[in-house]
Design a protein around this ligand. Structure first.
Ligand SMILES: C[S@@+](CC[C@H](N)C(=O)[O-])C[C@H]1O[C@@H](n2cnc3c(N)ncnc32)[C@H](O)[C@@H]1O
Length: 457
């Protein structure tokens, strides 16, 4: 047999597999994995319910899951959330009297999580209420705090918005008691988006004065959109936001006390670095929702709050955070010449090469994304008790006429890293755009949000 025929034969199974339709690939991948339709979990995998829960609602983090999720895993006693975001797992665990540990790369997120999971004394509550009232009477006379060195701030805010926010910030900085100051800073961070010219949507920020029309954006003139959004006074609008937010926080801390002794340990850093998983304990539950493989860039979406709150003070700090982020977006660090994961290839090969996402490098990002998932699952094992559960909230995605079935791919990585797959609970269907719906035809059922439950042997 000559060399080329050997190569062809070796390649044949792979070539044959690639010619199978995507649906067949998906069915093969799902073999021997237990899927359970769990519509009862639908309200657990997204943020909306958190808007109505005391304390959870202090800072809008619409990428979070809801506190309901923790009810399903309440028998665990030592929990880790390695992508803790604004602290849903940590706060809910503290409420249940369970010790928990959290990690997040974004210092804004860990600040929010920390402030939400403290137990406030009567004196702190009284001080917060008094200072919140006093702030409105005095802040106008204060100088504005220095403008953060972010070039786009003048585009993101009306001059009056920026000035009002920066004067309130001066007041907050003057508060002596650190925990009361943090509460006020959290309130201030939460009103930044609504005080600005933009809102978070899709993969980033959208200007309030732009309307999407077929094939173009329409710009609404300032004299129309500013009074419509802010009313007759921009400053008055922000003062009302501030007063309402402070009142909400005060109401919540007045009616709420966390049990003693369960304050979570929170670390700012990347959970992909093994030393960050080491809290000197072993967990019986790791529960998390990593960034989905959907190109969402957390640092872009929260850049206003990060700059305004001085969680970053120079562009290279933002770049450093992005470079450590889970590789779910095109701004993240590139996947190097490392081994490509064969199981993922059919879904990448099925992509339309002319699609903009492919030209911009989505295939590379996805290889990085699943390599990062593997790194985490491998690094996590020594810190898990025998029989511990790993619960991963995961959303599938679609690109360039192909589907990325992240839930089952993560389950497969789990198996390759020595976990058992307990089950994949399908919580709800995900919306696909009408364009994608046409090109994905029979596959739209695979667009779903699931809870993957692994078990550590
Ligand atoms: C879907 S959100 C988690 C939200 C969280 N479950 C909650 O309810 O608030 C994903 C989080 O992963 C964080 N993240 C991204 N890359 C990370 C990394 N390498 N290490 C730790 N956290 C990271 C992001 O900052 C974001 O807060």
């Amino acid at each position: 047999m000559n060399k080329s025929s050997v190569t062809k034969l070796e390649c044949f199974p792979l070539l044959a597999k690639m010619t199978l339709g995507l649906e067949q690939q998906l069915q093969d991948l799902e073999k021997n994995i237990k899927f359970v339709h769990s519509p009862d979990l639908a309200s657990s995998v997204h943020w909306t319910p958190s808007e109505t829960f005391p304390v959870h609602r202090w800072f809008r983090y619409r990428e979070g899951f809801s506190p309901y999720l923790l009810d399903y895993f309440s028998d665990s006693r030592c929990r880790l959330d390695p992508f803790c975001g604004c602290g849903t797992t940590l706060l809910e665990s503290a409420k249940q009297g369970v010790q928990s540990y959290g990690i997040d790369l974004n210092p804004l997120a860990t600040f929010v999580a920390q402030v939400k999971t403290r137990s406030y004394s009567g004196t702190e509550k009284t001080q917060f209420g008094r200072l919140a009232r006093e702030s409105l009477n005095t802040y106008q006379k204060l100088p504005a705090s220095p403008k953060p060195p972010y070039a786009l701030l003048d585009k993101l805010f009306q001059p009056d918005s920026l000035e009002t926010l920066l004067k309130l910030n001066t007041f907050i900085s003057s508060v002596e008691h650190p925990r009361v100051r943090d509460l006020m800073l959290l309130a201030w961070l939460d009103i930044i988006e609504r005080s600005s010219n933009v809102f978070k949507e899709g993969n980033g920020l959208k200007y309030r004065n732009k309307r999407r029309r077929p094939g173009k954006y329409l710009t609404i003139p300032d004299y129309e959109w500013i009074p419509r959004y802010f009313g007759d006074s921009v400053t008055g609008f922000i003062e009302r936001l501030w007063a309402t937010k402070c009142k909400q926080i005060l109401d919540d801390i007045e009616g709420f006390r966390l049990p003693d002794g369960c304050t979570p340990y929170i670390r700012t850093g990347s959970c992909l670095e093994p030393q960050n998983l080491d809290f000197g304990v072993q967990f019986d539950l790791a529960i998390f929702s990593p960034p989905y493989a959907n190109r969402f860039d957390y640092f872009e979406a929260f850049k206003m709050e990060m700059w305004m709150g001085r969680f970053v003070t120079a562009p290279d700090q933002m770049a450093a955070l992005r470079s450590k982020s889970m590789r779910n977006n095109l701004a993240a660090k590139k996947f190097g010449p490392g081994n490509k994961w064969q199981t993922l290839l059919p879904f990448l090969d099925a992509m339309d090469c002319d699609a903009s996402s492919v030209r911009m490098g989505i295939k590379n990002a996805l290889q990085g994304y699943f390599a990062d998932t593997r790194t985490l699952l491998a690094n996590l094992k020594p810190f898990l008790k025998h029989g511990a559960k790993v619960v991963i909230v995961m959303g599938n995605s679609a690109y360039a006429r192909s589907i990325i079935p992240s839930d089952v791919l993560v389950a497969r990585i789990g198996i390759e890293e020595g976990y058992n797959v307990d089950q994949v609970k399908i919580a709800r269907k995900l919306h696909v755009s009408s364009q994608q719906r046409a090109s994905l035809r029979n596959l739209s059922n695979y667009m779903r949000e699931s809870v993957v439950v692994l078990e550590c042997n």
